[in-house]
Design a protein around this ligand. Structure first.
Ligand code: AMP
Length: 286
């Protein structure tokens, strides 16, 4: 496994590999790797000749007052995890200055999709995500890139950017990896105290309750929203719900009437010093 820190070297290295006919599978991450990340790397390994993983905590996608300064992770541990997994060929580990040289002034915005759901509570976040993903795609030149369903809105934003700009990359969205009690794995789960960690799966249980109700024939989005708030409300350690509702999985519009086959149930809520997000896709509703 090779570690590369400079964008130019990364570009040259993958260009050489591509010229020899190799397809690159790419997994962008912010490090603090867990089994969710590794599931993406495994998917990349299964479908490509060369697997590249990036580790970069992108300062631009954190608002002032968010957790950039305390974001968990240690590059040494991440490199060790990747190397011992035997799954990755190249790790791209750029410094902040290499990604954002003085004078960097380009913006990328997927209009509409970026300002709903989490975007309402994190203004500018998805613009920064789109810009870094586009930049990383230009550096790594992957045939395929792998994202987690856990960050559903991010995957939708990236897919739309790829489609709108004809980027020559196939986007794969992989299932959310969960702890046995249902909590979606997240680098941010380390912020939870033992009590908060015990309470945290209530977010998943709330989404699950709505999914079960939908599958049982219930169709009132307002009632499903109330049901989810009730389930989450049973855990008093949750002290703020940014949103928890039913959405159109493509436009991310909040649904009032559920008159379609596929819906996205998604929520974001605060517990202790962490903001947790999770979602479920419910398909083939009659
Ligand atoms: P992050 O390091 O949090 O930016 O995540 C990097 C990639 O890993 C993103 O595509 C995430 O959606 C994905 N990811 C994070 N957590 C999980 C999980 N529990 N299951 C599957 N994918 C995940």
């Amino acid at each position: 496994m090779e570690t590369i820190r400079l964008p130019r070297i990364m570009q040259e290295t993958v260009m050489r590999e591509r010229r020899s006919g190799k397809a690159v599978g790419f997994v962008p991450t912010m490090g603090a790797l867990h089994e969710g990340h590794l599931s993406l790397v495994r998917a990349a390994r299964a479908e490509n000749d060369l697997v590249a993983v990036s580790l970069f905590v992108n300062p631009a996608q954190f608002a002032p007052g968010e957790d950039f300064d305390r974001y968990p992770g240690n590059a040494g541990d991440d490199l060790e995890k990747l190397s011992s997994s035997g799954l990755a060929d190249i790790v791209f580990l750029p410094g902040k200055e290499a990604v954002y040289p003085p004078g960097f002034s380009t913006r990328v915005e997927v209009v509409g999709l970026s300002d709903r759901m989490c975007g309402r509570f994190r203004p500018g976040h998805f613009q920064a995500v789109a810009a870094i993903v586009l930049k990383l795609f230009n550096i790594v030149q992957p045939a395929r890139a792998y994202f987690g369903q856990k960050d559903y809105q991010q995957a939708v934003v990236v897919k739309r950017m790829v489609r709108d700009l004809n980027l020559p990359v196939e986007i794969s969205v992989c299932p959310t990896v969960r702890d046995p009690d249902g909590l979606a794995m997240s680098s941010r789960n380390v912020y939870l105290s033992p009590e908060e960690r015990q309470a945290a799966p209530a977010l998943y249980r709330a989404l699950r309750a709505a999914a079960d109700a939908l599958e049982g024939g219930r169709r009132d989005a307002g009632g499903l929203g109330s049901l989810m708030r009730t389930v989450l409300g049973r855990e008093p350690l949750f002290h703020g719900v940014d949103y928890i509702s039913v959405f159109d999985p493509e436009t991310l519009d909040e649904l009032e009437n559920i008159d379609r086959d596929d819906v996205l149930i998604a929520g974001a809520a605060r517990i202790g010093g962490a903001r947790l997000i999770d979602n479920l896709l419910v398909n083939n509703l009659k």
